[in-house]
Design a protein around this ligand. Sequence first.
Ligand code: F3S
Length: 395
Amino acid sequence: MYLTPSEELILNGEQGYVLQKAMEILTALGDIYDADRLIPIKSTQIAGVSYKNIGEAGLEWISGLSGTVKVPSILNPAGLDRVRWRELSISEEFAAKQDAVIRAYESLGILPWCTCTPYEIRADLAMPGDHLAWSESSAVAYANSVIGARTNREGGPSALAAALIGKTPNYGYHLDRNRLPSIAIRVEGRLSGADYGALGYIAGAIAGSGVPIFSLESVPTNDERKALGAAMAASGAVALHYIGGVAPLPPTLPHPQPDQDTRDIVEQITIEHSEIEEVYRHQCDPDLITIGCPHCSAAELARLRDLLAGKTVTKEFWIFTSGIMRDRHPDLVTGIESSGAKVICDTCMVVSPSCERFNCIMVTSGKALAYVPQMCGSDAVLGSIEDCVRSAVTP
Ligand code: F3S
């Protein structure tokens, strides 16, 4: 990979050890993936935040870094709600370690906002055509597919290295040639809400790391595409998808159509509605109901407020969003919590140890359905948002 003279100086250690290591990570990736050069990025979103996932070794590594990020950078969800962690039965020791992780990132100039939906907080972090270095797979899918920005699925260290240098290697989804659809998926029947998570759960396993283009009978909202992309990134490694006739126009590509643009499509499949229904079929008796994977938008919070109006929950009902979203919409939070449900911020059902004590967790998310059993050791059941409210208020 070509480096400019100033990039060579960084690699040679002229600007200190930390930047040298960051440049080594980027050049190693660039060489592996045959990038021609480094390109400037607009923002980074950095995974490797929950102390549950990174442990003591991760905390030590981050604490040993110094310097200042070159572009706006925010964090993935942490292992707790930074304000209400005691209500989640988080130990004092875990809370202290988690706080140390976030403070270490903050000392590098990274905004201590812990969310997988950074695009809900600041639209300027990712605009159409922008190059990014984001880690969280659902955020990567949304940035590429809904916004029309360009990012690979970065690991925590490579996103952090990109933040410190302000650049990323030019390969993968930064290049036009890798953004063409490779698999056409026709879906039978109309879908809504959690159906898109179920669809993603099936389609991701089929598409692998391909670029699906969907032919759908219904037009998904952006929140539904958020759920679709998140699930495909969990059951497969899909980082970019298109919806026939709906996807944002890639700036330098013709708008792909499922039946017309078949230049790179190697496979065409149909998913029947009965396959979507099958994902809901697994049942267990939930002792925790969760919504917010990925983190809830204001529209999703408003829907929950309306569905919970005048009701009282009888089970633990946790709704995950970012702390920024909570602060911006106190009326929605108050409305939801008047039912007894809790709006939990900066964390989620997968990365927080607080969910490990439950036997069966109900989710609306195909991603959570895939990850809860592995990460929490609990059974998981998929339901619609209405199913979740119904289950939460049933004595
Ligand atoms: Fe976000 Fe956690 Fe789901 S990070 S996408 S809420 S698994």
